[in-house]
Design a protein around this ligand. Structure first.
Ligand SMILES: Cc1cc2nc3c(=O)[nH]c(=O)nc-3n(C[C@H](O)[C@H](O)[C@H](O)COP(=O)(O)O)c2cc1C
Length: 210
């Protein structure tokens, strides 16, 4: 694989001003539906960028679990690296990239915890193994070995059986978008980019140079 000479032209779609929705959440819904049809693995995977106390960014993948006018929801351990960074600095961004559609969506905004009820409701939908895993894993902390995790799963299984409650340090975050940019690959690198910004009276949209 030679990255210098690996090159494709993007020709599978367009993002026209006349066709794009005035509402970026509606536009997201349309593109997310396309991704659900076309993208075989993890169409809801998104890169989450947070900023540490030292001002340095860090990124990782999380799964989108819900979205709407109030924002984009993912679940995690509140004491993980990302959790600690968000608690100290709620500014974050999300990125979804679907190669099969030649599309990218960038979302920037402010993150806050979802309600306890919302976290409980989602936690209860997870398979038992995942629920026990949430108890067992002190996410982002150094652990001695894999056996440590297996022993903790056994410990929490013995304690809670088939009905583990949601750990207090595990739950959802919702990123309330301030801006959302939709990118559609086009020929000759003359891509379409529509940027929506939240204003006092709703969303405004501009076109950016590729
Ligand atoms: C496809 C995929 C989906 C993932 N989904 C999640 C998720 O929804 N929540 C989560 O906490 N970590 C998820 N992870 C793991 C994170 O990328 C990351 O390793 C973990 O959350 C620790 O990140 P942190 O140390 O920056 O907090 C996922 C990873 C991949 C590759």
């Amino acid at each position: 694989m030679d990255p210098t000479h690996h090159r494709i032209d993007y020709t599978s779609g367009t993002l026209d001003d006349a066709e794009a929705s005035a509402d970026p959440i509606e536009q997201f819904r349309l593109w997310f539906a396309d991704a659900g049809r076309v993208v075989e693995r993890d169409p809801n995977a998104m890169t989450l960028a947070t900023v540490g106390a030292d001002g340095r960014p860090s990124v990782r993948i999380v799964l989108l679990r819900g979205y709407g006018d109030d924002g984009f929801v993912f679940f995690t351990n509140y004491e993980s690296r990302k959790g600690r960074e968000i608690e100290a600095n709620p500014h974050a961004s999300l990125l979804l990239f679907w190669a099969a559609l030649e599309r990218q969506i960038r979302i920037e905004g402010t993150v806050s915890r979802v309600s306890e009820e919302e976290s409980d409701a989602y936690f209860s939908l997870r398979p038992l193994g995942n629920r026990l895993g949430a108890w067992a894993s002190p996410q982002s902390r150094e652990i001695p070995d894999r056996q440590f995790l297996a022993a903790r799963v056994d410990e929490f299984e013995a304690r809670y059986g088939a009905a583990p409650p949601r750990p207090q340090n595990w739950g959802g975050y919702r990123l309330r978008p301030e801006s959302i940019e939709f990118w559609q690959g086009r020929a000759d690198r003359l891509h379409d980019r529509l940027l929506y910004r939240r204003g006092t009276s709703g969303w405004a949209r501009v076109r950016l140079a590729p």
